[in-house]
Write a protein that binds this ligand. Structure first.
Ligand SMILES: [Zn+2]
Length: 249
C-alpha cells in the first residue's frame, strides 16, 4: 500500500542539498564579512573593541548555521521513509547537531579566548600614531596618566574595573585617552587557567575620607570552573590606589 521508491524522494533530497549548500555559503560569508571588517578597521582601539565585542559571537552564529546545513546535508539521501526511519533520522540528526554545537561552543568559550587575548594585548599596546606629527606616541604610566584623567575617570578606574590608557605625543602635547572595561574582559583563572575569570560585582565596603582609606571589594567568578575570588582594593581620597590582599576562595 505505502510502497515508495527512491525516486519519490528525489525532490526532497535535491532541496535538502540545496538548503545545505545555501546555509554553508551564508556561514562562510559571515566569516568573510568579519575578516573584511577586521581588515578595514585600522584604528587599534576600534579593532580591539570590535574583536572583544563581536568575534566570538560572530563565529558562534556562523557555526550554528554551518551545523544546521550539515543536518540538512545528512538528510539529503533519503531512500525510504516510515515512522521508524523518521524517528531514527530525527534522533541522529538532533544528536549529531548537538554534539557538533557543543564541541564548537567549548572551543569558542574556553580555548579561543587565549587566541583573542594574545591579539588584544598586541592591539592595546601597539604604539598609537599621533595625527599631528605622524609619529608614535608614548603610553603614560599609571602615575603620569593621572594628570590627564578627570576626577570622574580616576574614580572609575578605582571603582568600576575600568582602565584608561593615556597616549601622549611628546612633541605637540596631543593626548589620546582610551577606555578599557574589566567587565568585558576576562582574566586567566588561577584555578583552572582558562581565560574565563571576570569581575562580576564590586562593592565599596568603606568609603574613603580625607583622613582614612576606603575599601573596595571586587568579586571575581570563573565562567568555566566556578572558582570565586575576592580582591580588596584600597581607596584613597587622592584616588591613588593599591591592590592588596590575595584572592580567597
Ligand atoms: Zn576557573
Amino acid at each position: 500500500m505505502d510502497q515508495t521508491t527512491a525516486a519519490d524522494f528525489a525532490p526532497w533530497n535535491d532541496l535538502a542539498q540545496k538548503i545545505a549548500f545555501a546555509l554553508w555559503a551564508i556561514a562562510v560569508l559571515i566569516v568573510i564579512g568579519h575578516i573584511i571588517k577586521l581588515s578595514i578597521t585600522t584604528d587599534a582601539k576600534a579593532k580591539y573593541d570590535y574583536i572583544n565585542r563581536s568575534e566570538i559571537k560572530t563565529l558562534w552564529i556562523a557555526a550554528i548555521i554551518l551545523i544546521i546545513g550539515c543536518c540538512f546535508y545528512g538528510n539529503a539521501n533519503v531512500t525510504e521513509l516510515n515512522l521508524l526511519w523518521i524517528v531514527v533520522r530525527g534522533f541522529l540528526t538532533f544528536a549529531m547537531g548537538m554534539i557538533g554545537a557543543l564541541i564548537i561552543q567549548n572551543l569558542l568559550k574556553f580555548y579561543y579566548p587565549f587566541y583573542i587575548e594574545k591579539r588584544l594585548k598586541v592591539l592595546r599596546y601597539m604604539p598609537r600614531i599621533s595625527p599631528k606629527t605622524g609619529k608614535a606616541m608614548k603610553l603614560l604610566s599609571e602615575e603620569e596618566e593621572d594628570a590627564y584623567l578627570d576626577e570622574g575617570m580616576q574614580a572609575e578606574e578605582n571603582v568600576f574595573s575600568i582602565d584608561y590608557d593615556v597616549w601622549k605625543d611628546e612633541e605637540t602635547g596631543y593626548v589620546k585617552i582610551e577606555k578599557y572595561s574589566g567587565h568585558l574582559h576576562a582574566l586567566q583563572c588561577p584555578e583552572c587557567n582558562y581565560q574565563t575569570f571576570k569581575v562580576v560585582r564590586e562593592e565599596i565596603t568603606k568609603i574613603a575620607t580625607p583622613t582614612e582609606e576606603g575599601e573596595l571589594v571586587k568579586h571575581f567568578l570563573c565562567g568555566y570552573c566556578g572558582y570565586k575570588a575576592k580582591k580588596t582594593v584600597t581607596l584613597r581620597i587622592s584616588q591613588k590606589y593599591e591592590e592588596s590582599s590575595a584572592a580567597t576562595a
